[in-house]
Design a protein around this ligand. Sequence first.
Ligand code: MRU
Length: 362
Amino acid sequence: MNIDGIPTRTLRAHPERRAIDIIDQTRLPHALHWLRVATLAEAAHAIRAMQVRGAPLIGATAAYGLAIALGQRSDDAWLREAVLTLWETRPTAVNLHWALTRMDRIVAPLPPAEREAAAWQAATQIADEDVAQNLAIGRHGLELLRQLPRRQGSVLNVMTHCNAGWLATVDGGTALAPVYAAHDAGLPVHVWVSETRPRNQGLLTAWELAQHGVPHTLIADNAAGILMREGRVDAVIVGADRIAANGDVANKVGTYLKALACADNGLPFYVAAPRSTIDFDLPEGKDIEIEARDGDEFRRVHGLDARGVPSALQQLPAAEAVANPAFDVTPARLVSAILTERGRCAASHAGLRQLYPEVAGD
Ligand code: MRU
């Protein structure tokens, strides 16, 4: 995608320097700041602190993080420690575990001296695949968007939640891939962007849509229902952090409420995600581990002060009890379809198996 007209990806790999550069997403949308990651500890911190976030990008960062770690040391004990350290950074997005499992299967059987080079190659393959898959999601999604009835004249009004755009991936985005494809194809599209409290990933969505010139409007999370009832929404598209084998979808907290509101208003609710987000080993969504994040994310509001300096405001007393689940699970029955790099399917065991017949256990 483009930043100020310049094509870029969210990750830049420098194998020769044993490092990657990432966009520090904790500083967006106020500042675009690239950050060098050159140790296992820095890679793990970047994921944990959400300097990188979004399921596919977390997976790719973990893959490169392992390559970086193997440049520090490459013996068996260190390999185990590095995989475990990265594995435990965040629990919900399965792409993280998918990427580490794939990396481990490639590097573990190799002699230690060969591991680092193989890891850089495998991580790059994961990153490149992500980009290609997101482009394919965009192509399939465009076909879908073209067919949708538009309630307000010629413009298609899509609502999204959180950030499942190119910032959440290596490039291209998942939920936003069809939106970008539609915009580029000349289909008039407008996006309702929900703020996504408490981490405000909606601001990232608004920022990247603005970079691409896609018309959009930010809304408070709770405004979704009234907009649907007023006929100002044609469809909701979200990404996913983990899709269970039966089509249940874990995504950013608040997704479930949007799906419920869609059902009440007769609106389609789509989930866009690549293969790496589908956990065929998990029969149902109820068993997905939901990350509980620090209550301070809720108690403190981040922004710029009057001088334009990043600052945090204490919104709640430090002792105030808060619950901060980062994700929720939308049952498959509320999902109109799942959109992947292979096309569209029903959110069901049968639907997913039809798209991925090669998955073991059929
Ligand atoms: O906590 P985050 O910001 O990592 O959560 C991100 C989401 O929930 C996204 O919607 C999901 O990962 C899909 S990203 C293409």
